[in-house]
Ligand binder design. Structure first.
Ligand code: MV4
Length: 495
């Protein structure tokens, strides 16, 4: 296959920047597409060419597959990288890209489609010896069938939408008398959210951990896994902190999960970079959940512990190269953490914080990486995902990576909007997180705005004390050696 010489990224923000950096490293020309809200965005600045494709709302710009393909053809682009979100897991878009004679940097449309339907995914992996949560792998419409299934596997059960994923349309049912009502709700929710009312039933796994395996598959039949990421720190199915490796996997379980993930990739004839998600229960049993057929937000932690550039691997695979390493060449070195920094107010129910980045200074350091999509002076658009940047830190071990994360959080200087940085610090300093003894309920269990407010208050008090101390020292030394502090100030100082 011919070498890719020009790539268009059908995306925006930090991931577009991320892909352009590797393309440039590889000597590949780059094309950005952008909406009117992103005229001054870094991804537009960085690309060799940039084309405005429409108005700010995603469905007038970044979701216009046909328009993006037309731009790609017009500019003699060889390949389209979809990033994550937007068109990245749209099988019809991938097919159109191919039909127009371009390369889609990702798996075949068939794999995207199969893994996008959770029931089709279960069907695909059936003969590949993959551990599954007990349940029914067919669409359930009859309440009687649901009751039968629930009795077999035992309550509590979880009703899930076949077209769902990411937690949308899930319902826990504790007892038989709630089942009919919850089924009806789940089905009507699935119809309105996905236009597909198919639901299925699984045993509800209590307080699970979310562990996912990165895989790479080339077009020559080679598949490897790049170990795991743990993403249990989430807030309403939005990941907050991710890490690699997981603090609870043993080498044996890691090997078993890796082998299972490679088999999932095999089952759908996977090509490219993909992620196989598992749930892990308190006894370290793991169960296949779903496969994400894109490069994920949290890919940098895997890059840091393996030394691989995943975007480079995606591009090499897309131009027909065979993987240049095998499983035995891969090992884990050190520990990496990622914090997603959102333009949200952690004290106000994580409401989007809109406004201008009056000050926007990012941390720098040897074991600090920031994947960022914004610059000082930019408005944070209300139309897209509110993630500003990803802060990734590295250490020889987990404790070092956590300490570096806390240090790096404090090096940020963002004025003009609220961010989740302090919330990230709260997580990293929490005993449950530090000990590794946590699960997907961490945020629900431990976080309340009051906890952060208290931390802010203490910080303000320390700052006030320090300022006063310096002020008094200064007065004594230079200006008015005899002057006593005013009583009101004295009170604050002695508190
Ligand atoms: C589950 C589960 C418990 N038992 N399935 C949430 C997102 C979707 N991908 C699957 N999810 C879950 N499926 C069974 N049988 C608990 C969750 C879940 C979860 C999973 C991963 C990360 C965070 C989560 C938060 C709540 C629930």
């Amino acid at each position: 296959m011919k070498k890719i010489q020009k790539i268009l990224v059908a995306n925006r923000g930090e991931i577009a920047v991320r892909v352009f950096k590797t393309a440039q490293k590889m000597g590949i020309k780059t094309v950005a597409v952008f909406s009117t809200a992103d005229r001054n965005a870094p991804h537009v600045q960085l690309a060799d060419e940039a084309i405005c494709i429409g108005e700010a709302p995603s469905n007038s710009s970044y979701l216009l597959g046909d328009k993006i393909i037309a731009v790609a053809k017009e500019l003699n682009v060889d390949a389209i990288h979809p990033g994550y979100g937007f068109l990245s897991e749209n099988a019809d878009f991938a097919q159109k890209v191919i039909d127009e004679g371009l390369i889609f940097i990702g798996p075949k449309p068939k794999a995207i489609q199969m893994m996008g339907d959770k029931l089709a995914a279960k069907e695909a992996v059936k003969n590949y010896d993959i551990p599954m949560v007990p349940g029914i792998d067919k669409a359930v419409t009859e309440v009687s069938v649901a009751i039968e299934t629930a009795k077999q596997i035992g309550f509590p059960i979880l009703i899930k939408a076949a077209a769902g994923g990411g937690g949308k349309g899930m319902r826990v049912v504790d007892k038989e008398s709630d089942l009919e009502e919850q089924m009806e709700r789940a089905i009507s929710e699935a119809v309105s959210a996905f236009g597909n009312g198919a639901v299925f039933i699984e045993k509800y796994v209590n307080s699970p951990r979310h562990i996912e395996i990165q895989v790479l598959a080339d077009t020559h039949g080679h598949i490897v896994h790049l170990f795991e990421r743990e993403c249990s720190i989430q807030r309403r199915h939005q990941k907050v902190v991710e890490e690699a490796p997981s603090s609870i996997l043993t080498p044996q379980i890691r090997k078993e999960m890796g082998a299972a993930a490679v088999n999932v990739a095999k089952s759908c004839d996977y090509v490219g970079a993909g992620t196989v998600e598992f749930l892990m229960d308190a006894d370290k049993n793991f169960y296949f959940l779903e496969m994400n057929t894109r490069l994920q937000v949290e890919h940098p932690v895997t890059e840091w512990i393996t030394g691989l550039d995943l975007v480079e691997q995606q591009i090499r695979i897309a131009q027909g190269e065979a993987l240049s390493f095998s499983q035995k060449d891969l090992s884990i070195k050190g520990h990496a953490l990622e914090l997603r920094v959102y333009a949200e107010d952690s004290l106000q129910h994580f409401m989007p914080s809109i406004g201008k980045l009056e000050t926007y200074k990012l941390p720098v350091g040897d074991t600090i990486r920031v994947d960022n999509g914004f610059t000082e002076g930019m408005e944070v658009p209300i139309y897209y995902d509110p993630m500003l940047s990803k802060l990734i830190t590295y250490g020889k071990n987990r404790d070092e990576a956590i300490a570096k994360m806390i240090e790096a959080i404090e090096l940020y200087d963002i004025q003009g909007i609220q961010t989740t940085l302090a919330f990230g610090k709260f997580v990293c300093e929490h005993p449950a997180f530090k000990s590794g003894n946590f699960n997907t309920h961490f945020v629900k269990e431990y976080y309340a705005p009051e906890v952060l407010e208290e931390a802010y208050k203490n910080e303000a008090l320390v700052a006030a004390k320090l300022a006063l101390h310096l002020y008094l020292k200064d007065m004594n030394r230079i200006r008015m050696p005899q002057t006593q502090p005013k009583p009101a100030v004295q009170t604050l100082f002695n508190k």
